[in-house]
Design a protein around this ligand. Sequence first.
Ligand code: ZN
Length: 75
Amino acid sequence: MDKKALHVITFSLAMVGALNWGLVGLFDFNLVEALLGSGSGLARLVYIVVGVSAVYVFATHKNDCKICGEMMAKK
Ligand SMILES: [Zn+2]
C-alpha cells in the first residue's frame, strides 16, 4: 500500500473514532456499537483499528503537516 493511501485511510479512521467519542459525549450515542452491536467482537476490532490508526497519524503527522513540521523544526 502506498503512503498516500495509508495516510488517507488511517486519518479517516482516526476521525471516525473522534467523532464517535463526540457523539457519545453529546448524545450518549455510540455509532460504532449501534452499527456493529454493543460489545461485539466487530466493534472491538473497529476500536483497535481506530487506535492503531491514531498512533500512525500521530507518529507521521509532523512529516505530513506543514504547520506542525515547521513548528517542530524551529524548536
Ligand atoms: Zn499538524
